[in-house]
Design a protein around this ligand. Structure first.
Ligand code: ADE
Length: 426
């Protein structure tokens, strides 16, 4: 086997001790994943498997990576966003013989270089957040995608959408499990995780008062809903923009004002894009923004705010504090762009709290395990995007509740019978 343990490129290896403390903090709040580590570290079900991952290098991700390694996998990792790597965490992983190629502030060229480095180990399994690793494999290393890789997992909504499109076109060369679509992922990580971490990022970058501000949330999917709920809780007047009628209706009935971005642009104090679609705030909106407006994005890619359009009407850009750039416009207005339009929750803060990543990453672990175990039995899923089984969701929720000391009721056999009894009515 092609041993690749220990290769790395990180910002500063001397940060390893700080990173280890952060990882230990996350471990103490990720009991579901830690229980899986305990359960499988003796039998080492990943022995002989090589996992390449492309997912934000955070303290929570480090807990996942270390769990795979403890369960026998060889792991090689890169970040899935140039601004989301926590350098101390990357250093800690490197110091523990994990191959890792990630540092905060890498260029786009370096980002793809890092993915190439992880592929050099010739992985059998891939783990993505945003599908950049899978796309790179399909474009540049089709023979690996076709013959060496037995399957992959995808963490995020945007990635799952694109992979489903690839599968529909018959272009997907190996099966992918949609971790994002697990209930114990999207209904917690996307909603409560994004809600809290996005506001955390905005506050770290600006330290403004949110109460009384008009906060415009573009997109009322799970992530947008989380941001809107938490902003409301802090006293903001939340405005939602949407393209989907049912989502717009839900936002209205939640008590949020719904309007077009053209209208919202005139009144918003803070704008947060959470759509997964490009060009949400473009030139005609920037023309209308109030002096002092703050704009940021919490969607996976940095295409939701069209910063080229903003630059066209800008005289001068200066960083006024970390992750906060002032665009002085030719007409004298000032617009503040957070985290260069990249994921504000990961670039300006630390991403979602460990407690929700616990469930997301337990899903990642179990999905990778399923791919490995199927292969061991000589089986393979179709080259499609696959859902997580409902039992996995319930099992993860059950363990999570147990670690929180919460007990729930159980249906009696009579109640179970009643549920499926179609012979009796009123
Ligand atoms: N995505 C959002 N928050 C995250 C975190 N804390 N770690 C890894 N990926 C994330």
């Amino acid at each position: 086997m092609n041993e690749v343990k220990g290769l790395y490129k990180v910002r500063d290896i001397s940060l390893a001790d700080e990173g280890k403390k952060r990882i230990a903090w996350a471990e103490s709040r990720m009991p579901v994943l830690m229980a899986l580590k305990e359960k499988y570290s003796a039998s080492k079900p990943f022995k002989g498997y090589k996992i390449a991952g492309c997912l934000h290098v955070t303290k929570e991700t480090a807990v996942l990576v270390k769990t795979f390694a403890a369960c026998g996998a060889q792991v090689s990792w890169s970040g899935c966003n140039p601004l989301s790597t926590q350098d101390s965490v990357a250093a800690a992983l490197a110091s523990e013989d994990i191959s890792i190629f990630a540092w905060h502030g890498m260029s786009v060229k370096e980002f793809y270089w890092a993915i190439d480095e992880t592929i050099k180990m010739k992985p059998n399994l891939t783990l993505d957040d945003g599908a950049d690793l899978i796309f790179t494999l399909h474009k540049k290393y089709p023979e690996l995608a076709e013959s060496t890789i037995i399957g992959g997992t995808e963490e995020t909504t945007t990635g799952v959408h694109r992979l489903r499109a690839m599968a529909d076109d018959g272009a997907l060369k190996y099966p992918v499990i949609a971790v994002n679509d697990a209930e114990t992922k999207w209904d917690f990580d996307n909603v409560y995780g994004t809600g809290q971490s996005t506001l955390d990022g905005i506050l770290r970058a600006t330290s403004v008062l949110l109460a009384g501000k008009n906060i415009v949330v573009a997109g009322f999917g799970h992530c947008g809903k989380g941001v809107a709920m938490r902003a409301k809780g802090l006293g903001a007047n939340v405005i939602v923009t949407e393209v989907k009628p049912t989502a717009a209706l839900k936002a209205t009935l939640e008590g949020f004002r719904v309007m077009t971005m053209d209208e919202a642009a005139k009144v918003g104090d803070i704008f947060v894009t959470a759509t997964g679609v490009k060009d949400i705030v473009v030139d005609r909106h920037f023309e209308k923004l109030k002096d002092g407006a703050i704009v940021c994005n919490t969607g996976h890619y940095d295409c939701e705010l069209n910063l080229d359009h903003l630059k066209n009407i800008t005289k001068k850009v200066q960083e006024i504090r970390p992750n906060n750039e002032e665009y002085l416009l030719k007409d004298g207005r000032r617009i503040y762009v957070l985290a260069q339009g990249r994921l504000v929750n990961l670039a300006a803060a630390e991403g979602h709290p460990s407690e929700v990543m616990d469930m997301s990453f337990a899903n990642q672990f179990m999905s990778q395990l399923k791919l490995a175990e199927l292969y061991r039995k000589g089986k393979k899923l179709d080259n499609k995007v696959h859902d997580i089984p409902a039992e996995q969701d319930q099992e993860i929720a059950r363990v999570k509740l147990k670690t929180m000391g919460i007990k729930i009721d159980k249906l009696t056999p009579e109640q179970v019978k009643y549920q499926t009894d179609y012979s009796s009515g009123t």
